[in-house]
Design a protein around this ligand. Structure first.
Ligand SMILES: Cc1cc2nc3c(=O)[nH]c(=O)nc-3n(C[C@H](O)[C@H](O)[C@H](O)COP(=O)(O)OP(=O)(O)OC[C@H]3O[C@@H](n4cnc5c(N)ncnc54)[C@H](O)[C@@H]3O)c2cc1C
Length: 401
């Protein structure tokens, strides 16, 4: 089998109770052909499918689950250009020039995502938000000051707030924080549904449920075999299988762990100024965002293991821990969880995604949009993959292999 099925998530995320457009799907009863086959119909596949279909490629998507019911249904949807690894730390892994370029390109990908949502008229509560990065056990005040200098040098405007300023502006008691601008929030299911419907308007077809058993590159084409029998022939196959890792993709540095999230009841009058995204330079870390109705989402508490039964058993404890940490940050909030959920979560030591060819095959490509910027990286992947399919060389492709 191309990927082992996993229990990707448990519990009900807040998006699952919002109105999301229905995505028409088809049953694969006979062999089919396409220019490009995407394995997966989550947000990574959705953005790439729309980009390819709108440029005239015949796109087919195959998913073993209904569209958007993998990890995309569990995300908390802080859409940030700020990579998990600050420039200060990333430069030690890839060099300063490449670290800065990775941050700049991720920022561009986020802006492109916002522009496309506007152009496609996707109704997904998309909002621009600034973001507050709090000092913690990974970066202290001095390191945050140096990180601010690097980001500003990269053209990514960032303010350094000391303890007094942080307390007076946000009521948060920490040694320091960075305030940056231009991140996004959205309802991820409506966002992804908008891209899937956009792809379908250009002729893309979604077949579900279809489990892809194998993909073979033969005579310049790909042959995709499915568990149910029919075969799909295409020019290119793209794996967008999320945290169900495809065979053949080198993945020594990719890790799958577990993560937890809660959403409170609506309390619009108790929210912090400008409802910026809040995250911290800590391990384990915490992040917070608000929803348009005044709910507060708080997530984190990540663990390195991928044992789904153990992950689910920890849901009550982790919920209580998130409620407590959120209460420490904002004592006036009612932090009791109205929603609590958990899921698998992929990361890489650099915080960067993998967007590349699989092995030696020229026409099998993969997106491993790992890390806290998974959705921003899905947007980046669409840009790079369209280039790869059409034979254009993207100057940044080497950063994300
Ligand atoms: C709790 C939580 C919070 C998160 N918070 C954020 C956040 O704030 N910001 C952010 O950017 N990211 C966040 N993420 C990460 C984000 O959710 C992921 O990056 C994103 O959802 C991945 O989308 P995807 O399309 O790659 O994967 P998925 O949505 O899982 O889609 C992959 C699809 O591939 C299909 N598939 C796999 N193998 C096969 C096969 N062999 N045949 C057919 N189909 C197959 C699966 O059925 C699945 O539907 C979070 C994740 C979690 C769990």
């Amino acid at each position: 089998m191309l990927t082992q099925p996993k229990d990707l998530r448990t519990g009900r995320s807040v998006w699952m109770d919002t109105r999301v457009p229905t995505i028409p799907t088809k049953t694969l009863t006979q062999d089919a052909t396409a220019d490009i086959v995407l394995v997966g119909a989550g947000i990574s596949a959705a953005i790439t499918a729309q980009a390819l279909a709108s440029r005239g490629h015949k796109v087919v998507m195959l998913d073993r689950r209904p569209p958007l019911s993998g990890s995309t249904a569990a995300t908390t949807a802080l859409l940030q250009y700020e990579i998990d690894l600050p420039i200060l730390k990333l430069k030690a892994k890839v060099g300063l020039e490449r670290a800065i370029r990775a941050w700049q390109r991720t920022r561009l990908a986020l802006d492109t995502l916002a522009d496309k949502v506007g152009a496609l008229n996707i109704d997904c509560d998309l909002e621009r938000r600034s973001s507050l990065y709090l000092a913690g056990n990974l970066l202290n005040a001095g390191q945050l000051r140096r990180e601010a200098a690097l980001r500003n040098r990269a053209g990514l405007h960032t303010d350094y707030l000391d303890r007094a300023e942080l307390r007076s502006r946000y009521g948060i008691d920490r040694a320091a924080a960075l305030l940056s601008f231009g991140n996004l929030t959205a309802n991820p299911l409506r966002l992804a549904a908008g891209f899937l419907l956009g792809a379908q308007r250009h002729g893309a077809e979604i077949f579900s449920p279809v489990t892809v058993a194998g993909v073979e590159s033969r005579d310049g084409r790909v042959v995709i075999t499915t568990e149910a029998g029919p075969t799909v022939h295409a020019g290119t196959a793209i794996y967008a299988t999320g945290y169900e890792l495809p065979k053949g993709v080198r993945r020594t540095k990719h890790r799958i762990g577990s993560t937890w999230a809660i959403a409170t009841r609506p309390q619009p009058r108790k929210l912090w100024p400008d409802q910026c995204l809040i995250w911290e330079a800590s391990d384990p870390y915490l992040y917070v965002r608000a929803l348009p109705d005044g709910r507060v989402i708080c997530g984190g508490e990540d663990e390195d293991f991928q044992d789904e039964a153990a992950r689910d058993a920890l849901l009550p404890d982790k919920t209580a821990r998130l409620e407590e940490k959120l209460g420490k940050l904002f004592p006036a909030l009612d932090t009791k969880a109205d929603y609590a959920w958990c899921g698998n979560f992929g990361s890489t030591p650099s915080g960067l995604p993998t967007i590349r060819r699989v092995g030696d095959a020229p026409n099998i490509l993969a997106i491993l949009a790992f890390g806290g910027n998974g959705i921003t990286f899905s947007s980046l992947a669409a840009e790079l993959l369209v280039g790869m399919v059409e034979g254009r060389v993207d100057i940044d492709a080497g950063l994300f292999r």
